[in-house]
Design a binder for this molecule. Sequence first.
Ligand SMILES: NC(=O)c1ccc[n+]([C@@H]2O[C@H](COP(=O)([O-])OP(=O)(O)OC[C@H]3O[C@@H](n4cnc5c(N)ncnc54)[C@H](O)[C@@H]3O)[C@@H](O)[C@H]2O)c1
Length: 336
Amino acid sequence: MSILLTGVAGFIGMHTARRLLDRGEQVIGVDVINAYYDPALKHARLATLEGADGFTFEKLDFSDRDAMLDLVQRHPDIDRVVHLGAQAGVRYSIEQPVDYLTSNLTGQLVIMETCRAMMGRSGGCRSFVYASSSSVYGANRQMPFSLQQRTDHPVSFYGATKKAGEVMAHSYAHLYRIPSTGLRFFTVYGPWGRPDMSPYIFTSRIINGEAIQVFNNGEMSRDFTYIDDIVTGVVAALDTPPVEDNGYEDNEAGAPHRLYNLGNNRSVPLMDYIRVIEQACGRQAVIDFRPLQPGDVLETYADIDASTRDLGYAPTTTIEIGIPRFVAWYRGYHGV
Ligand SMILES: NC(=O)c1ccc[n+]([C@@H]2O[C@H](COP(=O)([O-])OP(=O)(O)OC[C@H]3O[C@@H](n4cnc5c(N)ncnc54)[C@H](O)[C@@H]3O)[C@@H](O)[C@H]2O)c1
């Protein structure tokens, strides 16, 4: 049997595909390789997967319903779906909201339609896992962010589309009994990471002796999650599809849909995190303090009790371990 994995040329998608291939799964990876950031990095990630036993790549836009339905017809052995493709990024969603509409709303619907098409055949869709985000918590001040908190007041359009994805998935889980799991990722970093995110931007600028912009006088903190811990959580969720009527307290419909936080369960002050990057780079940062950016939140911090209880999720990587690994990859990749 096979797994359909979207966003396979992306940061989390590539690592997840690698882990699944390493345990002998067949993975059909989909990505449109858009130019939100340098496509050369996406091609380089893909190159690490190509040639692996069990890997097939399809260059497709997953918001194209006909193309996706055709894909699952051509691959009748697909029985699980990991949907990690999206238009990511909080700040860009203020400049280009329409890109988020296509990939995160139409795209989410088309992937759910794809799962629905699979339900009509033998074996069905055994597990549908999709990426949500800590951004759904908006400007919540109560820490840590727990699943019981309200998430209907996002402060970025990106967060709004991720919240919409969750409620859309619930409706399909209810209507078509698709076992679905939404994972709220908290600032994921590590080798092959995204060039629009601060670990990459700060490392690049510090190594080049350029100033880094630090918002809100550095008075922010983030729950940074190392990629290997995230992948372990994604695979555990894939292997643990929710069952119906499982007593999930917010789920009165009894639909087989669950949400989990995947964070590191600690909130690191931004200035401490910058010190760790400086140490790993062997160079001091020049800091340009700026006001808080629209769409930004002051703090993120994941309550992972439910993820630990149900998925056995137990992140182990601190930034003191993870950041030097990222910087080593960065130096190797860029030859600096
Ligand atoms: N990295 C993080 O810190 C983080 C945090 C919270 C949530 N997430 C979510 O996790 C998922 C993976 O994030 P990532 O960091 O790997 O992002 P990424 O941008 O590296 O990967 C996403 C991939 O999806 C592809 N894609 C986008 N729209 C597509 C479409 N319509 N058709 C086909 N492919 C398309 C892109 O080309 C890209 O390769 C996303 O859903 C993101 O919103 C990430």
